[in-house]
Design a protein around this ligand. Structure first.
Ligand code: TYD
Ligand code: MG
Length: 457
C-alpha cells in the first residue's frame, strides 16, 4: 500500500491539530496561530504483527527498589523513599522561592555519593551558578554545568556525558528548533517535557525539571505538564516567611500531599524535622483569636496556629473578610454557622484570618480551629494554655469526625499539649491518651465553645 500524504493545521502555541484552517485556536484562543503540516500516514499494520507481548502480572518484576537517596531525608520521604531510577520529577513554584537552590543542594548530596550530575541551566550563566554554589559551600568535581537552551544540544550532551542525574533549570527556557513558537509557550514546554520523559525512561536517568508557576493561572507553567510526568512537587511559601513547604501533588512512586518543610537561610535550605515544635514555639499565647490545630499533611501530622481577628466594620461599608492559607469560602461558611447556630453577631464585622508560618491547609479538620479562632477573637476569650483542636464543622454546627485522629492526638501529646478538643466521633482514637491529655469530645460547635469559656475563666 502506498503512503498517503495528508495535511493538518497545527497551532504554533499549544499544538492543537485540526484538518481545516481556522482563525482562532479553540484550545488556547490565540488568533492566526495555525501552520500547515504535512502528515506522513503510516500504513496500517496487521494486528498479528503488533510489537511487544502481553505479560502475566505475576511475571512482572518491580524495579521500584532502585531509589537514590537525595541526602535530604525529608525530601526523600516526600518522594516516597528517594528518587526512582528513570523517573521525571517536576519541581514547580513561584520565581525566587528557592527551586534552583534546592536543585544545587541536591546535586551536592548526590555527588557526595560519587554520582555525576549534569546541571543544565537556561536561565543563569555558569558564573551565577558558581556564585550560588560558593554561597552553599559546594565544592565537588562531579557537578557538570551546561548553559544551553536548545533541546537537541541538551539531549546530545546528556547522551555524551552520561550523568547519573540530569537537572533542567528551567523547562520554560528550553527550545526545540522545529517548533516555531517562542520558549515558554505551551507547545515548547510540552514538547521539551516529552523529550525529557523519553530520555529518562530510555536511559534510566532520573531527570529533575524546574518549572515556574505564573500567578495568572499558570499558562505554560507546570500545571499543563502534571499529567505527563511521574512526580510533581510544588514549592510553597511567601515572602514574609523564611519557611518553604515542598508538597507532592502527584507521585507515581509514593503518597501524595506529603510535605517537607525547609527554612531558607544564609546558607541555603535547611530541613525542619519537627515542624510542630517550630510552629507552636512561635505561637502568640495569651491573645484572643489564636488556636492551634492538629492538621495532617500527607501522612505527617503538623500542629499549626490559626489566627483570627474580628473587628467592628470601621468604615461602615461592606464588611471585609481577608483569609490567608485557607479557603475563603470555608471561612464565610463557618462565620454563617457561628452567626446562626451560636447567635453571634459576626457577619457585620471585619474578619481577618491567617495560618501562621505561611502554611496552606485545605483539609476539613481545620474547620473547628478556624471557627474557634473567630469565636475567641469575637468574644475576647483567650484559649486555655496548651490546647489544641481538630474537627470538621457542618452547616448545622455539628462537629464531624476526621481521619488520622490518633496520629493527630499523639502529635499533640508529644509536643506537650495538655488539652484537646476533638469530634465526638473520634473518641475511640483518644482512649490511650486519657492520662496525658484532658479531652473534650464535642458533638457541636456550641459544646466546644462552652468548654472553652469554662476553661478560660
Ligand atoms: P532561587 O533558588 O534562585 O529561586 P528560584 O530558582 O525558585 O527562582 O532562590 C531565590 C532566593 O533565595 C533569593 O531571593 C535569594 C535566596 N537565597 C537565600 O536566602 N539563601 C541562600 O543561601 C540562597 C542560595 C538563596
Ligand atoms: Mg531559579
Amino acid at each position: 500500500m502506498a503512503n498517503k500524504n495528508t495535511k493538518a493545521y497545527v497551532c504554533r502555541e499549544c499544538g492543537y491539530m485540526t484538518s481545516k484552517w481556522i482563525g482562532k485556536c479553540p484550545s488556547c484562543s490565540t488568533w492566526d496561530s495555525f501552520d500547515v503540516k504535512e502528515l506522513q500516514q503510516e500504513p496500517q499494520k496487521a494486528a498479528s504483527s503488533a510489537a511487544g507481548k502481553a505479560v502475566r502480572l505475576s511475571e512482572v518484576t518491580t524495579d521500584s527498589s532502585i531509589r537514590f537517596k537525595t541526602g535530604m531525608s525529608e525530601l526523600d520521604r516526600v518522594l516516597g523513599g528517594g528518587l526512582v531510577e528513570g523517573s521525571l520529577v517536576l519541581i514547580g513554584g513561584d520565581p525566587g522561592i528557592g527551586k534552583s537552590t534546592l536543585m544545587l543542594q541536591i546535586s551536592k548530596y548526590l555527588c557526595e555519593g560519587n554520582k555525576k550530575v549534569l546541571y543544565v541551566s537556561g536561565e543563569e550563566s555558569m558564573s551565577q551558578i558558581k556564585l550560588r554554589a560558593e554561597r552553599l559551600r559546594i565544592a565537588t568535581d562531579n557537578i557538570f554545568l551546561y548553559a544551553e537552551t536548545d533541546m537537541d544540544s541538551v539531549i546530545g550532551r546528556t547522551l555524551d556525558e552520561r550523568p547519573d542525574f540530569l537537572i533542567v533549570d528551567s523547562i520554560q527556557t528550553m527550545n526545540k528548533k522545529e517548533i516555531s513558537s517562542v520558549s515558554g509557550s505551551i507547545a515548547q514546554v510540552r514538547e521539551a517535557t516529552a523529550s525529557f520523559m523519553a530520555l529518562a525512561k530510555k536511559e534510566g536517568i532520573p531527570v529533575l525539571v524546574v518549572g515556574h508557576v505564573t500567578k495568572e493561572g499558570a499558562i505554560a507553567g507546570p500545571k499543563i505538564l502534571e499529567h505527563m510526568v511521574d512526580t510533581v512537587l510544588y514549592f510553597e511559601g511567601n515572602d514574609d516567611h523564611s519557611f518553604r513547604i515542598l508538597r507532592a501533588v502527584k507521585n507515581r512512586f509514593g503518597p501524595t500531599n506529603e510535605i517537607a518543610i525547609f527554612e531558607m537561610g544564609q546558607n541555603g535550605l535547611t530541613e525542619i524535622y519537627n515542624p510542630s515544635e517550630l510552629f507552636v514555639s512561635k505561637q502568640s499565647f495569651d491573645v484572643p483569636g489564636s488556636v492551634v490545630v492538629a492538621s495532617m499533611n500527607g501522612t505527617m501530622p503538623v500542629l499549626v496556629e490559626v489566627q483570627a481577628l474580628v473587628s467592628s466594620n470601621a468604615y461602615e461599608g461592606r464588611p471585609k473578610c481577608v483569609v490567608g492559607g485557607m479557603d475563603y469560602n470555608k471561612i464565610s461558611l463557618l462565620c454563617a454557622v457561628l452567626q446562626n447556630r451560636l447567635g453571634m453577631d459576626i457577619l457585620s464585622k471585619d474578619i481577618f484570618l491567617n495560618i501562621a508560618g505561611g502554611l496552606r491547609i485545605s483539609e476539613p479538620a481545620i474547620d473547628l480551629a478556624a471557627a474557634l479562632a473567630v469565636y475567641s477573637s469575637a468574644r475576647n476569650i483567650v484559649m486555655p494554655k496548651g490546647t489544641c483542636v481538630f474537627g470538621e464543622v457542618g452547616l448545622a454546627g455539628e462537629i464531624r469526625g476526621v481521619s488520622f485522629a490518633e496520629k493527630r492526638i499523639s502529635e499533640a501529646a508529644k509536643t506537650g499539649f495538655r488539652r484537646i478538643i476533638i469530634p465526638r466521633d473520634n473518641m475511640d482514637a483518644a482512649k490511650d491518651f486519657e492520662d496525658d491529655l484532658e479531652i473534650c469530645a464535642a458533638r457541636n460547635l456550641r459544646e466546644a465553645a462552652e468548654w472553652l469559656v469554662e476553661r478560660a475563666r
